[in-house]
Write a protein that binds this ligand. Structure first.
Ligand code: FES
Length: 120
């Protein structure tokens, strides 16, 4: 992939912050995939499920297109100000976004640190 054109700062639900490169031609969900950030995406990026929502904190995202606006209008009380679908929103410059939910990690993929206490 080409050199990143911009920076994306991801504020994760567990309080961690991750800074990655980004490209204006990729939506945020594709960026999350690129950097192994497991965002929910139950409809596979078709603007139908709303599970991939993020909240823009700073910077500019591509304008919402018809299918995204349609979902947000139909479920208006479930969307808060500044929320967008990661599967449809592309960063237009440096942006900071808050990830609202992540898929819990598969514990088979996690190597525990030595000395971790055993459950009771
Ligand atoms: S993945 Fe379903 S709306 Fe984005």
């Amino acid at each position: 992939m080409n050199e990143p054109e911009l920076t994306i700062t991801w504020h994760l639900p567990d309080g961690q912050t991750l800074v990655t490169g980004g490209w204006s031609r990729l939506n945020l969900l594709a960026h999350a995939d690129t950097y192994d950030l497991e965002l929910p995406q139950k409809c596979g990026g078709h603007a139908e499920c709303g599970t991939c929502r993020v909240r823009i904190l700073s910077g500019e995202l591509s304008p919402a297109r018809h299918e995204e606006r349609d979902l947000m209008m139909r479920h208006a009380r479930r969307f808060e100000q500044g929320e967008r679908l990661a599967c449809k929103a592309r960063p237009l410059g440096d942006v900071a976004v808050r990830v609202l939910a992540m898929i819990p990690p598969d514990l088979r993929d996690i190597e525990e640190t030595e000395g971790a206490s055993e459950p009771g």
